[in-house]
Design a protein around this ligand. Sequence first.
Ligand code: 5GP
Ligand code: ZN
Length: 171
Amino acid sequence: MTPGKPDKPEKPGKPDKGKKKHKPTLADLEPAPAGPDECIFCRIVAAELPSRQVYADDHAVAFLDINAWHRGHTLVIPRRHVEDLVSGEPTLPEIAPAVDAVARMLKDRLAPDGINVLSSAGVAAGQTVFHAHVHVIPRYADQPGFTHLVNPVEVPEGELESVWRQISDGS
Ligand code: 5GP
Ligand code: ZN
């Protein structure tokens, strides 16, 4: 771009003859699944990365989602690295007690109007972090139903901190 001169507007529309139109496939969306060494959730389990932990047992750890869809959105993850809940040895039975405990704790401490429990396996299902996890999402009557489920909002640090305290202290 020449300084002082406005950018040339792009010429509208003739298709580029030389180039074949690329039809997007799932492979285009596929991020390289992180191995255990570079996995952010393994690093959270190892306390190499910070998290707002709300629960832990021998098999699982639970912490607040950094991009909460709704107040109190929590992730329950197995301590061992596995890509998703339908790969390798069965993981769901191992973390089910943690999922149950977390869902009941959120119900008790935050008094939501409802709760969703869900897990995504694979890019096509919406998975973005390739260490298995279960989302436990408190729901509130002002944003009901599936249409409002995935509703990532910028959550201010203070808000995450305050809900974390409310869950942890039971206050
Ligand atoms: P998925 O899209 O794979 O079902 O869910 C991954 C979730 O992990 C997302 O909701 C995302 O906000 C959350 N997440 C990604 N990175 C971090 C992180 O470093 N810390 C926390 N607490 N949550 C994360
Ligand atoms: Zn991992």
